[in-house]
Ligand binder design. Structure first.
Ligand code: ZN
Length: 123
């Protein structure tokens, strides 16, 4: 398949984004020591009123969600970098058509063309 995608540029973008995500995950860990990795852990605040406990729980869940999302993005970025190496970058996983350039600009690790993405989101 011939493609006009500038994979070198996307590779740079992806590597930059990858580093950004890794830094973000580090920050989450730095700001929430011990708060992650144990979903069943109860808040340990004894003397605070409920609002503070709710806030603490919310913060922890936010951090956990952020980390989940970041980890997910990291996997996506690694997949995109692998596809660049394999020469399949920018090709829809499902139908094999080229992914729209605008879509790749917005989401360099996209694996589906916009049509298949919409189908997927509809379930
Ligand atoms: Zn497709």
């Amino acid at each position: 398949m011939s493609t006009t995608i500038d994979t070198d540029r996307f590779k740079e973008l992806l590597l930059e984004e990858r580093q950004r995500v890794i830094d973000a995950i580090d920050n989450i860990h730095a700001e929430n020591p011990g708060a992650l990795g144990d979903e069943t852990d109860e808040p340990t605040f004894q003397d605070n009123h409920l609002g503070d406990i709710a806030t603490a729980t919310f913060d922890r869940e936010m951090a956990s969600t952020l980390e989940d999302n970041s980890t997910h993005v990291l996997v996506e970025i690694d997949g995109a970098l692998q596809r660049i190496e394999e020469g399949t970058f920018g090709v829809c996983e499902r139908c094999g058509n080229p992914i729209d350039a605008d879509r790749l600009e917005a989401l360099p690790w996209a694996t589906l063309c916009i049509e298949d993405k919409r189908k997927q989101e509809r379930g």
